[in-house]
Ligand binder design. Structure first.
Ligand code: ARG
Ligand code: ZN
Length: 868
């Protein structure tokens, strides 16, 4: 059942062109396809095997001749023609499909009455018979016929070349895409949509029409998406010399979408969540995510579409690279340090956890059962870290040289991660063979570091040692290091082997163990290690709390300043946990409380960084650091620390709150920073659950003119114990019940509550008339969010597990991709105590015994149960 990377073979046939004709109808949709197929070699006698799923074959012609039923075979997933010509030939098929019954949201389906498609990875085969693999690149023309009243807008890839009307109230449009592309980039949209248009002139003078297509009622929520697109287009020209290549770029927002968005050539289809926004409906984070996802999909036009993947094992070739590109873009558009911290947080909470789970895989997996299960944080986010490693090793200019060579060599091709690595190596005349291990080896590298100061010689040595698991080999790891003097300033760094000196130096760790020595170090320094998180590893270096507080106050690298604060908080929390487990009274270390106070009072520190530094590590992240997750203990102790910090610095929180509360709304970084700070302050204050703090939140809730403040206030209020909570929830619901994306927030805020009745509340919300399991955003807003609420989801009685499994089984038939995501929370079952393990195992066993399990769910659950 599994497919292996080592089994890759070139296709036996190529498809030069495909002419598609869609007749969209409420009952059955007819898809007529005409392909020109060319055998790879002359005189080959292999059968032609096309993929096709949930299709009803109505007609089949080869070179214009209808085929007899004994000339071909059809099974559930193939169309096989044993004998075909040895020269190029045409194949014509007509199939019937029913998009209106498609709840899996892959292939052609309906969303809010409109037709749309999602073909990556293997959805095109649910539209027509095809060689549905990325190394088969064809030229597409697409004609769409549909009722003109219901579906006035008909879109597909490329340029609109012809259109007309039929006498029966239907109309048609024909599109032609001049660029050959793999089938996963095909797209079609038909519906009643409003266009928010603009234009962009490329630096070489091409005028590009930009179109954002949305449901008519959302016409006033498109401008930010449009601006983001233009910014991304400009940035890619400036940073990478990459220009857009068609005369039109379309983005369509749909409400039912499994993922974030899809980079179909010239016609991106987006989850509405990553397009629509207005200050009163979308938070600052929503704005930032929209800009990032729009950029991500745009960047795919070169990294993904012009140069695509040879096979799906190479997914990180386009995704890791494109995530790295969108991260770099956001770093330059906003704040590099803030963005880096946010990205590392995601990597460490989700990807490091995936590495610890039975679904652990290298960024280039060796096998899969269902490809959709490998659109993971490992392939995407760790993949982006690996691309960042090239840049760290080669420098920005060297990286750019590598990119240039990559496009020069491979434009128009379907290639591999090795091709990318070779371009980087060749362009820089550097040996990157050891670097392949980042693609081969799963897991998070661990590096232990020891530092020694020699007062006599005035040298400081760092010994770095990689922990190499059995059967693996040493990674090639760049580690950025600085040394702080007693005054908190960076010392000039000079390696024993070098004459030049610097404040941050990159140590290239290639061996299992290496020692580097810095000379002319006048005093015992405090090392700042792995600055800006220069590699996706775990670095162990034992430190006293004083030292962490010192780095937290002084490190010139903002990332490491934040990191020191997180490590300090973690130490404090784990020590308190030991006390709690030993039934001792809890007392917050004044050193930590003071370190927090210093941050609160620091007038130099940028507001967004400050807000991040005032945020404790999550229960999920803390749990990951333990051999066995202490569910109740972590929850109790973390709550205690938050409460204590709220009390200790009550006046300072209030001061910060008031100082930042009156900044008028704007989408500028400085105004965003004010909102971040004041909302962190509000959350601390509301921990005290007094009449005064609740009044503050209520006031903000009713008076705010933007969603950031309104949602923040609401999320404070849901954790209060008086009537304010119900009043606010009702009010929010009434205000926003017509806006699905905002209503999602209403569900989420409740699912995130830390009050003990959260599970019962989630159960009740499942019955709410606005809950709809078929809509992925709504399902995620309640259930995926709840499953991240560690203490409430992992209730000791296992009721939440049972509920989750019930949902997974329902989704298994409705939408296997979402089912598989939802079942993944159980992946970590062995990291919990025996009682919880047994409860989760029971649910996993129940799921795997279910008849008709999708490949998606089967793969995750079977790996989860079998792994040690
Ligand atoms: N390529 C899309 C994106 O990044 C994601 C599509 C995922 N689709 C899927 N079926 N897993 O940017
Ligand atoms: Zn992508």
């Amino acid at each position: 059942q599994a497919i292996y990377r080592k089994d890759y073979h070139q296709p036996d046939f190529f498809i030069e062109s495909i002419d598609l004709h869609f007749s969209l109808d409420e009952d059955v949709t007819l898809v007529h396809s005409q392909m020109v197929i060319r055998p790879r070699t002359t005189n080959q006698t292999v059968p032609l095997v096309l993929q096709g799923e949930s299709l009803v074959l109505k007609n089949l012609k080869l070179n214009g001749q209808v085929l007899n039923t004994h000339d071909y075979q059809v099974d559930k997933i193939h169309l096989t023609i044993p004998t075909v010509p040895t020269q190029s030939f045409t194949l014509e098929t007509i199939v019937e499909i029913k998009p209106q019954e498609n709840t899996a949201l892959t292939g052609l389906y309906k969303s809010s009455g409109n037709y749309c498609t999602q073909c990556e990875a293997e959805g095109f085969r649910r539209i027509t018979y095809f060689l549905d693999r990325p190394d088969v690149m064809a030229r597409y023309t697409t004609t769409i016929v549909a009722d003109k009243n219901r579906y006035p807008v008909l879109l597909s890839n490329g340029n609109r070349v012809e259109y007309g009307e039929l006498t029966d109230g239907r109309h048609w449009v024909k599109w032609a895409d001049p660029f050959p592309k793999p089938s996963y980039l095909f797209a079609l949209v038909a519906g009643n949509l409003h266009c928010h248009g603009g234009k962009f002139v490329t630096r070489s003078g091409r005028e590009v029409r930009l179109e954002i297509w949305v449901e008519p009622q959302n016409h006033d929520q498109c401008e930010h998406a449009l601006q983001s697109l233009a910014k991304a287009m400009r940035w890619d020209e400036e940073r990478f010399g990459l220009e857009y290549d068609l005369d039109i770029y379309m983005i369509v927002a749909v409400s039912d979408f499994n993922m974030g968005a899809m980079e179909n050539k010239g016609l991106n289809v987006f989850n509405a969540k990553f397009v629509l926004c207005r200050p009163d409906t979308a938070t600052d984070d929503d704005y930032e995510n929209i800009e990032a996802v729009i950029a991500h999909e745009y960047f795919h036009n070169w990294t993904g579409n012009r140069v695509t993947c040879r096979d799906w094992f190479q997914l990180t070739l386009k995704e890791g690279l494109t995530v790295f590109r969108d991260q770099s873009f956001t770093e330059e558009m906003t704040s590099a340090a803030v963005k880096r911290i946010q990205d590392v947080r995601i990597l460490r909470t989700s990807q490091f956890a995936e590495d610890q789970s039975p679904m652990a895989h290298p960024i280039r997996p060796e096998s899969y059962i269902e490809m959709n299960n490998f659109y993971t944080v490992t392939v995407y986010n760790k993949g982006a870290e690996v691309i960042r490693l090239y840049q760290t090793l080669l420098g920005k200019d060297g990286f750019r040289r590598g990119m240039d060579l990559y496009f020069q060599r491979h434009d128009g091709q379907a290639v591999t991660c090795d091709d990318f690595r070779a371009a980087m190596a060749d362009a820089n005349k550097m040996d990157l063979s050891q670097f392949e291990r980042w693609y081969d080896q799963a897991g998070t590298p661990v590096v232990d570091v020891l530092g020694t100061y020699n007062a006599l010689e005035k040298t400081y040595s760092l010994t770095l040692r990689q922990q190499i698991p059995a059967n693996l080999q040493a990674w090639h790891i760049p580690i950025a290091v600085g040394l702080l003097g007693k005054n908190g300033q960076d010392l000039p760094l000079q390696l024993a082997t070098e004459t030049n000196s610097n404040r941050t130096c990159i140590i290239e760790l290639r061996e299992v163990e290496q020692t580097v020595t810095f000379v002319n170090i006048p005093e015992a320094p405090i090392p700042s290690l792995l600055r800006h998180f220069s590699a996706p590893i775990k670095l162990n270096f034992s430190r006293q709390r004083e030292e962490l507080a010192f780095l937290m106050a002084h490190d010139s690298d903002p990332f490491n300043r934040w990191e020191a604060g997180q490590q300090l908080a973690q130490q404090v929390i784990f020590d308190l946990l030991a006390d709690w487990q030993a039934d001792k009274p809890l007392q917050l270390d004044p050193l930590f409380s003071n370190a927090v106070l210093k941050i609160l009072q620091d007038t130099q520190l940028e507001g967004s960084i400050k807000a991040l530094m005032l945020t404790l590590p999550t229960e999920g992240f803390l749990g990951q650091q333990q051999a066995e997750v202490a569910v109740e203990g972590l929850f109790t102790v973390r709550q205690f620390v938050l409460q204590q910090l709220a009390q200790d610095h009550y006046t300072q929180w209030l001061t910060i709150y008031k100082a930042n509360h009156h900044t008028p709304y704007s989408n500028e970084a400085s105004a965003i920073a004010c909102r971040r700070l004041k909302n962190v302050a509000l959350h601390y204050l509301c921990r005290l659950d007094t009449a005064e703090t609740t009044a503050l939140a209520e006031q903000q809730f009713t008076q705010s003119d933007n969603m950031t403040d309104q949602q923040s206030a609401l999320s404070c209020l849901v954790n209060t114990t008086g009537t304010a909570k119900t009043i606010a929830l009702t009010r929010f619901y009434t205000q926003w019940k017509e806006n699905p994306l905002v209503l999602d927030k209403w569900f989420s805020v409740q699912a995130m509550s830390y009050l003990p009745d959260t599970f019962e509340n989630v159960q009740a919300l499942l019955q709410h008339s606005d809950f709809n399991l078929k809509n992925p955003n709504r399902a995620r807003s309640l259930l995926a969010v709840f499953s991240q609420n560690q203490a409430q989801f992992h209730r000791a009685d296992g009721l939440a597990y049972q509920l989750q499994a019930d949902i997974v089984l329902q989704l298994n038939t409705l939408n296997p991709q979402i089912a598989s995501r939802f079942v993944s929370v159980f992946n970590h079952w062995r990291r919990f105590d025996p009682a919880r393990q047994a409860l989760m195992q029971t649910q996993l066993t129940r799921i795997i015994q279910h008849p008709d399990l999708s490949k998606d769910v089967y793969e995750v659950v079977s790996k989860s149960l079998n792994a040690q």
